[in-house]
Design a protein around this ligand. Structure first.
Ligand code: PBG
Length: 330
């Protein structure tokens, strides 16, 4: 081992100026690492701000197409779509989610018709569609694992048919990746990518998202702790990932991101597979609100994304994707 003592070693030599700092930087974040989540609202043709998410909107489909054009211009090539469904179309079983030609299928087709090159990620879970705000079907007051999976299979099928490139189950039922994979294979969707929200924690950082899709009031005080993971656990996350890989997941996701960097690192190191992280609504809003108040410099957003990249994530879903892309291209 070389002598690393002062003064033969002066670490500040490599911090002399920004160009040198860049040459020796160990991680790099580019627009190619970023995925923009977008909320698209049914029966609506404007853009409506979301109270708890500064600078983020619910778009009617026509407005969304303009926004997507702008996102693409900024070199972001992947979108995660979240439908905002009218209350009258929500029910106990979330049946709108698995109706043919439903709102989200039309959205996918319209986006693909205009921007065929874009990568569309479609969420699989029932919460945007249920009148109780849970991700699955309730039987005897519990979200029923196996009955929910039957609905998720149908939902996945509809999303794949509509043209989604990536199907992303975010529901945390056991065994759903295997069942969805089997159905996709059988129906000749052999190349549909499955991005599993494998380690999804039961987190209060999802609060603003639930406002955005209007599921917060439906959910009320009810908790998702019977299916989403406890934030006290580490090994359980590895267990979840291992199962999802065995069942046919192509990519795994950890969510939230910044409070769970240790989990991202361990999953990446253990499995060496494509690993995404989701900087969720609460993480975004916390930083963005402090920036807008002038309490934090706007560079905290980039710093937070670098921390996620450094932890081992290959790509990051973040509401700040477009604005960071602008920043990166400067
Ligand atoms: C729903 C889903 C949630 C998020 C993505 N998909 C919310 C939840 O599980 O309650 C959260 C994303 C965010 O907070 O930005 N299955």
């Amino acid at each position: 081992m070389a002598n690393r003592n002062f003064p033969s070693t002066r670490l500040r030599r490599l911090r002399k100026n920004l160009n040198i700092i860049d040459l020796v930087s160990e991680t790099n974040l580019t627009t190619k690492d970023l995925i923009q989540p977008i909320f698209i609202k049914e029966n609506y043709n404007d853009a409506e701000p979301i109270n708890s998410m500064p600078d983020i909107y619910r778009y009617g489909i026509e407005k969304a197409l303009f926004e997507i054009e702008d996102i693409l211009k900024n070199n972001i090539k992947a979108l995660a779509l979240f439908p905002v469904i009218e209350n009258i179309n929500k029910d106990e079983k979330g049946s709108e989610a698995f109706k043919k030609n439903n709102f989200i299928s039309n959205v996918i087709q319209k986006i693909k018709a205009e921007f065929p090159e874009i990568i569309l990620i479609a969420d699989v879970a029932l919460d945007p569609y249920t009148d109780h705000g849970h991700d699955g079907i309730i039987v005897n007051k519990e979200v029923d694992n196996d009955e929910t999976i039957e609905a998720l299979i149908k939902q996945s099928q509809i999303l794949a048919e509509a043209g989604a490139d990536i199907i992303a189950p975010s529901d945390m039922m056991d065994g759903r990746i295997g069942k969805i994979r089997e159905a996709l294979e059988k129906n000749n969707f052999k190349d549909t990518i499955l991005l599993s929200y494998a380690a999804k924690y039961n987190s209060s950082f999802y609060g603003p998202f639930r406002d955005a899709v209007n599921s917060a009031s439906n959910l009320g005080n009810s908790s998702k702790s019977s299916y989403q993971m406890s934030y006290k656990n580490i090994n359980e996350a590895l267990h979840e990932v291992e199962m999802d890989l065995n069942e046919g997941a192509d990519i795994v996701m950890i969510k939230p991101a910044m409070p769970y960097l240790d989990i991202i690192t361990r999953i990446k190191q253990n499995f060496k597979i494509p690993t995404f992280a989701y900087q969720v609504s609460g993480e975004y809003s916390m930083l963005k609100n402090a920036i807008n108040q002038g309490w934090l410099s706007e560079t905290v957003m980039l710093e937070s994304l670098y921390s996620i990249k450094r932890s081992g994530a290959d790509a990051i879903l973040t509401y700040a994707a477009k604005e960071i892309a602008k920043e990166l291209s400067k």
